[in-house]
Design a protein around this ligand. Structure first.
Ligand code: NAD
Length: 451
């Protein structure tokens, strides 16, 4: 059995059956059996069914949000936002089955045209930080394109995925189109990666596991998309609205207790503005309300596990240069106070590695060139922010930073209708927006001879 822990109380929240390789194989077999009929569903009908999933998720949004808030330890207001996004993703991709357009290409002696074909059975492997919403980013385009799926949630957070599997049947999807297998990555995840009947793996998780998945998928030439780790920079120029940049900075790194691939865990500040920025940042960090995820006013919950807290704490040893430390509850729960490190150097571990917790490093830079060099001085390239009032500079720096997603005078990263994904070792492939459909279809080119 899998014992599911509530991170805010350290108590058992639920006990679910732990799936193994046999269950993974059975799920792949169900998905394979369901595939021919699902891909043959008329586009307008598939669109209607995706719309029904959106409706059913919206009807159960509060139930799902409470489950997610308790299981992942995230503030209930965040969990509600995530369930809203889950419904929005299905509504957006409900528009896709009837818009999977091809090309006609002028050739000699006949007609040439392209069609987009589904891949078959797709394995979806997701992490614990945004359990159902990240699954939805994959489920929406995969199902819209006519694939069937096997979803493997993280062992720590299987509850919303298991409930979702029930809800899709309520929405009217045929049995076998969506299959959920709650089990360890080392057995179930690995089996999906190696299984000859799985055509593609869509993975979100750590860069380390992503590497193993890319290697494992090579054996069967599986299609793979990887959404991996990040070390994003929040670049603040002296001409920016410093108060706005400082007020927004805590949310950009302490949101989801820092367990966010887009966390701006490096704040780069133009040296002449550093003192003013730090003076404005301090009260903003102290104001972050850390506590019970089910309290409506909570802005940050606990970390996911004792192991995660230990890993995060290793970035803040006793002699760490702590410039600001916020508050956190005492007693049971995997709490960690929001922490700002300054001064730090570019070689420090907290500047180089993904922390995945509420710890941020602040570094000064001299000029635009140094800001770009520092921002790019990482193996990752997922997200980032630029704060400046100079429009030309904003565009120059945005083009020069090697990341898949950037925002100017804002720290947002993810929208249903825009592509999301990484450069460099943050992964490959794009989710969301129109581009995600490319990752769940093959292009077929057909030539029809016309004598
Ligand atoms: P993880 O890599 O440990 O696990 C992710 C998933 O992979 C889990 O379901 C796990 O069971 C499974 N897994 C583990 N080993 C496997 C194997 N050998 N074969 C197949 N599956 C395996 O990641 P995590 O700790 O759950 O999540 C945190 C990481 O996810 C961070 O690095 C974070 O940056 C990253 N992340 C990235 C994005 C993104 O979109 N780029 C979003 C969220 C999280």
């Amino acid at each position: 059995m899998l014992e599911v822990i509530e991170p805010a109380t350290e108590r058992t929240l639920a006990t679910v059956r732990r799936a193994g390789v046999e269950e993974a194989d059975a799920a792949v077999a169900r998905a394979r059996a369901a595939y021919p009929a699902w891909r043959a569903v008329a586009p307008a009908d598939r669109a209607r069914l995706l719309g029904r999933i959106a409706d059913v998720v919206a009807e159960h949004a509060e139930e799902l949000a409470v489950l997610e808030a308790r299981n992942a330890g995230k503030p209930i207001s965040d969990a509600r936002g995530e369930m809203g996004m889950v419904a929005d993703v299905f509504r957006y991709y409900a528009g896709a089955p009837e818009r999977l357009l091809g090309d006609t290409i002028p050739v000699t002696g006949g007609h040439a045209f392209t069609v987009r074909e589904p891949l078959g059975v797709v394995g979806l492997i997701v992490p614990w930080n945004f359990p159902l919403v990240i699954a939805a980013w994959k489920l929406g385009p995969a199902l819209a394109a006519g694939n069937t799926v096997v979803l493997k949630p993280a062992e720590l957070t299987p509850l919303t995925a298991l409930r979702f599997a029930e809800l899709v049947l309520e929405a009217g999807l045929p049995e076998g189109v969506v299959n959920v297998v709650a089990g360890p990555g080392s057995t179930v995840g690995r089996r999906l990666v190696e299984h000859p009947d799985v055509a593609k793996i869509a993975f979100t998780g750590s860069t380390e596991v992503g590497r193993a998945i890319a290697a494992g998928a090579a054996e069967t030439i599986k299609r793979v998309t990887l959404e991996l780790g990040g070390k994003s920079a929040n670049v603040v120029f002296a001409d920016a609205d410093l108060d706005a940049a400082a007020a927004a900075a805590p949310g950009a790194v302490f949101g989801n207790a820092g367990q966010d691939c887009c966390a701006r865990s490096r704040i780069l500040v133009e040296a002449r503005a550093l003192d003013d920025f730090m003076a404005a940042l301090e009260p903003a960090v102290r104001a972050v309300r850390v506590g019970d995820p089910l309290d409506e006013s909570t802005e940050m919950g606990p970390l996911i596990s004792a192991g995660q807290r230990e890993a995060v704490a290793s970035f803040v040893p006793d002699d760490a240069p702590v410039a600001v430390r916020g508050s956190a509850p005492a007693g049971p729960g995997y709490w960690f106070a929001p922490t700002v490190l300054c001064p730090v150097g570019p070689a420090d571990r907290a500047v180089r590695e993904e922390i995945f917790g509420p710890v941020v490093a602040v570094l000064p830079f001299r000029d635009e060139d140094e800001a770009i060099a520092l921002a790019n001085d990482t193996i990752y390239g997922l997200s980032g922010s630029i704060w400046t009032r100079d429009g030309a500079r904003a565009l120059r720096v945005a083009r020069a930073i090697e990341t898949g997603v950037l925002s100017v005078n804002s720290n947002t990263s993810v929208r249903v209708s825009t592509p999301f994904g990484g450069f460099k070792q943050s992964g490959y492939g794009r989710e969301l927006g129109p581009h995600a459909l490319d990752a769940y279809t093959e292009v077929k080119s057909i030539y029809y001879a016309v004598p």
